[in-house]
Ligand binder design. Structure first.
Ligand code: NAD
Ligand code: GLY
Length: 368
């Protein structure tokens, strides 16, 4: 596989290490799936939007490695990231007599990827799986690092497991069919890597926003590569989020409250994270860690990516109270105390608690 656009990034996790391949034309190329041992069966897990576009290419490529390749197509949407949908993957695995060596392939965005990974972690106490992400968000974030799971009505991604894939295959060509709104949602997670780890990358994003929105393939390839490098660096040091990895949740504490409070699927995950980063930047400023110019600059970049920068009202009478209530379910909370990821200096993030009064002030200032 040689091409100017082909890159491989390694996630270094000892015996659980794996490659992320990034390039054009990978999906239908059997040689792209080089970390997979040949076995008898594969199950492709996709959804009703992505399967008609891309499942056949993947199945054709996998048919050169596997005797039997089956497909299950899940309903599409964040609101289906549930026990019921997860169970339908187990139904398909059992109905197709899948065994311990069956390899699952997650073909789709983060919703398909998170659920397929969780199914792989549980089926027969663990079978191998491969991430084939087809959204920008999944290529820069969710397919990498082994967080898998489903939502609970009371909290986002509350049920799940750390379970690493065998490899990640990002085909840039799949981004051509992504709706504009989903492209912007993916840019939220790209932007995130700047303030937390690499302000030069934020400079590059700011200067290249028009190319990214126009889907310039070189620009997208660079954004995906740099994002995956940063994520690999973080996950390589703290696979199970005992400390450092929490910085990847910049904007997510507010964002998850928006997603749950609005009802899953109303705001896209990336939209909620984009707006959540604006709120988290304001909080960082209130706590004296960054200046107002930084908050304004980050807000402008998020707005330029086509993302919302004003938070929705989650309650007509006590909006800030409702945000606080939802944020107490965040996985970073300890003993009911919310811990926020704040920007702590150039390319540096940290976990901080904040007085409720300050958080209320931030929410009041950032919401409609
Ligand atoms: P998604 O999976 O819902 O995909 C977005 C939409 O795009 C869906 O309608 C999907 O069918 C469609 N789609 C996917 N690929 C397409 C393509 N190539 N062409 C046309 N349409 C396409 O959403 P997402 O933004 O990819 O992922 C969000 C999910 O990822 C959330 O559930 C979030 O919690 C999770 N997530 C997980 C991690 C992690 O570390 N595991 C990190 C970030 C986000
Ligand atoms: N998306 C946050 C993480 O992978 O830790």
């Amino acid at each position: 596989m040689t091409s100017a656009l082909f890159h491989t990034i390694q996630i270094a996790l000892g015996e659980r290490s794996y490659p992320i391949h990034i390039g054009s034309g990978l999906l239908g190329r059997s040689s792209a799936y080089d970390a997979v041992s040949v076995s008898s069966t594969a199950l492709v897990v996709s959804n009703t939007t992505v399967a008609p576009l891309y499942a056949q290419q993947l199945i054709t490529a996998l048919s050169q490695k596997f005797r039997k390749v089956d497909l299950i197509s899940l309903p599409d949407g964040e609101q289906y990231k549930t026990w019921e949908t997860l169970n339908s993957i187990f139904d398909a695995l059992l109905a197709n007599s899948c065994d311990r060596k069956t390899v699952l392939f997650a073909l789709g965005g983060g919703v398909v990827g998170d659920m397929t990974g969780f199914a792989a972690a549980c089926y027969m106490r663990g079978v191998p799986f491969v991430q084939v992400p087809t959204t920008l968000l999944a290529q820069v974030d969710s397919s990498v690092g082994g967080k898998t799971g489903i939502n609970h009505p009371l909290g986002k991604n509350m049920i799940g497991a750390f379970y690493q894939p065998l490899q990640v295959v990002c085909d840039l060509d799949t981004l051509k069919t992504l709706p504009d709104r989903e492209l912007s949602a993916g840019l939220a997670e790209v932007i995130k890597y700047g303030p937390i780890a690499d302000m030069e990358f934020l400079d590059w994003i700011e200067a290249n926003m028009a190319r990214l929105l126009a889907r310039d393939v070189q620009a997208l390839a660079h954004a995906i590569q740099r994002s995956c490098e940063i994520k690999a660096w973080v996950v390589g040091q703290d696979e199970r989020e005992s400390g450092l990895r929490a910085i990847l949740n910049f904007g997510h504490t507010f964002g998850h409250a928006i997603e749950a409070g609005m009802g899953y699927g109303r705001w896209l995950h990336g939209e909620a994270v984009g707006c959540g980063m604006v709120m988290a930047a304001h909080l960082s400023c209130e706590l004296g860690r960054v200046d107002a110019a930084f908050v304004q600059r980050l807000t402008n970049i998020i707005r330029a990516a086509g993302l919302p920068v004003v938070g929705p009202r989650l309650d007509e009478t006590d909006n800030a109270g409702r945000y606080l209530e939802l944020m107490r379910f965040d996985k970073k909370s300890e003993g009911g105390a919310i811990r926020f990821v704040v920007i702590d200096g150039p390319s540096r993030a940290a976990m901080r608690a904040a007085p409720d009064a300050v958080v209320r002030q931030v929410i009041d200032c950032c919401c409609a």
